[in-house]
Design a protein around this ligand. Structure first.
Ligand code: SAM
Length: 482
């Protein structure tokens, strides 16, 4: 008898090992069942309704059948469908962000992470508030408006008070026309009380990667420290939501365990959040294990090829159509380019994964979390996106207008993106171009904005957006939003 219960608050019941194994068996048995695969693809296809476009999404079992399928033609159909869904709900906008590493002190023993406490040769650093200011100014001078703060787990060096003070510092800095308008937080699992404090500090999304959903592997990969506790880690999003954070970001670190197991676990986690809190994850990240100080990815047996990685991204896009998807600079330009088509809606640019890295002339390696594959400047990434016909967006409007959790999902589901997110993207891109871009990027960008303004359906919205863009170009007025 399976103990599976998506409504349970116990990790081992909403991520039931027996249900995952049964799902994998079912997927393997049906991976050549063309009729079933066609039915699943049909169910997932966007459908026109009276008030917009709707997508049914897929269960973890249905999506696992797609992931197991090896037929080239069917995989191409999956890729086409993923692209169609992405276009229907996210359009061609790509939200930009950068990670900001506050501290690499850590008491955990994660075997894949260079921050593990036994690593004696990594240079340990924790930014002071003055150093945070300098990092934030450097990030603002590139054009960033949205950060994800990162820290190791260390109750003495990085207590919650330090994180809260750092968030306050980040929001307080307004350098030239710059400001950081959304701070997402990626710190270790914590208590309801601390999540409430993070919410009060005005964070955007709380991000926590599960690393692996496989309990036994999880315990081996996290042999010591508070992170060893599988249930505490897996139930963190429920505590975050209890603390009032309704935008949460899931992810697994691909390469640690078998990807089909992780994929089913990830979708079950999303189903659990929907079943208990009425709203699924705001984002899903797809990090892959990378080389790092003291870490050789070849020590781990479950690395995945780029082809499988792309299939995973497409299948997630099809299964949870309204969830944003994030890819970091762990991936190369080529992989990121393909992933964007298949469903990614947020990318980082010009990231430095070292503590204090943004104020250094040269990319430092002595305190880095992992090797960065995409080392281009933000200007280069922005221009590249536009040349591929994406709109880089620096928009942070939704959560500042209270459109979080199910209110954001409603906007997405009602197809209001073109009247809201699209003009916001064009206005914030204008800010970026005017304040930070090179001449070449400006040329490409202003031409793109001209073309994209024509796609705003409501005449009134279009006129306001055009007027705001004129003001951004002619003055220092910033931060217009719908
Ligand atoms: N300390 C927090 C925690 O334990 O969840 C979060 C911060 S940690 C800096 C962010 C993420 O980096 C981890 O959740 C892990 O998935 C990822 N990471 C760790 N080592 C990595 C590696 N060698 N390659 C790629 N990503 C890695």
């Amino acid at each position: 008898m399976s103990n599976y219960n998506p409504k349970s608050l116990k990790a081992e019941e909403f991520i039931s090992d027996s249900e995952i194994l049964e799902t994998l068996r079912y997927a393997e048995e049906n991976k050549n069942n063309t009729q079933l695969i066609d039915e699943i693809l049909e169910k997932a296809r966007p459908k026109k309704t009276a008030d917009g476009v709707k997508c049914a999404g897929l269960t973890h079992r249905e999506a696992s059948v797609l992931l197991a399928c090896e037929d080239k033609e069917k995989i191409n159909q999956m890729f086409e469908l993923a692209e169609e869904i992405k276009q229907a709900f996210y359009g061609n906008r790509i939200v930009m962000f950068a990670p900001l590493y506050l501290s690499n002190y850590c008491v955990n023993g994660c075997t894949y992470c260079p921050y593990h406490y036994q690593n004696k040769h990594i240079c340990r650093k924790k930014l002071t508030q003055e150093e945070i200011k300098a990092e934030v100014i450097a990030l603002q001078d590139m054009g960033h408006k949205r950060l994800a703060i990162e820290a190791g787990e260390d109750p003495v060096n990085n207590p919650i008070e330090y994180i809260l003070e750092s968030i306050k510092t980040i929001y307080s800095i307004h350098h030239k026309n710059g400001d950081i308008r959304r701070v997402n937080v990626n710190i270790a699992a914590t208590t309801v009380e601390n999540y409430r404090k993070l919410k009060e500090a005005g964070i955007g999304t709380y991000i926590l990667f599960q690393e692996t959903y496989h309990k036994e592997s999880y315990e081996k990969l996290h042999p010591t420290g508070p992170k060893h506790n599988y249930a505490y880690h897996t139930e963190a999003m429920d505590r975050a939501m209890e603390g009032g954070i309704d935008d949460v970001g899931l992810g697994v670190l691909f390469g640690l365990e078998l990807y089909k197991y992780e994929f089913a676990g990830l979708l079950m986690h999303a189903e659990h959040l929907e079943a208990v809190h009425g709203v699924g994850p705001h984002t899903i990240s797809v990090p892959r294990l990378k080389r790092a100080d003291d870490i050789d990815p070849n020590q781990f047996d479950n690395g995945i090829s780029d082809e499988i990685f792309e299939k995973i991204i497409a299948c997630i896009r099809i299964a949870v159509p309204y969830t944003g998807m994030i890819i970091s600079t762990r991936e190369s330009e080529a992989v990121r380019g393909r992933a964007l088509r298949l469903g990614i809606s947020q990318i980082s640019g010009a990231s430095r994964t070292s503590v204090g890295g943004y104020t250094e002339e040269e990319r430092p390696h002595d305190s880095e979390q992992f090797d960065v594959s995409d080392q281009r400047t933000l200007d280069e990434v922005v221009r590249w996106l536009m040349e591929l016909d994406h709109i880089p967006s620096f928009c942070t409007a939704c959560y500042r207008e209270g459109r979080t959790g199910d209110r954001f999902m409603q906007l997405c589901k009602n197809g209001q993106i073109l009247n809201c997110c699209h003009p916001n993207a064009l206005m914030t891109l204008t800010e970026y171009l005017v304040d930070y871009a090179s001449e070449e990027t400006k040329k490409v960008g202003f031409a793109l904005i001209e073309k994209e303004l024509g796609k705003i359906p409501k005449e009134k919205v279009k006129n306001i957006a055009e007027d705001n863009i004129k003001q951004i170009k002619a003055s220092n007025r910033r931060d217009f939003r719908f």
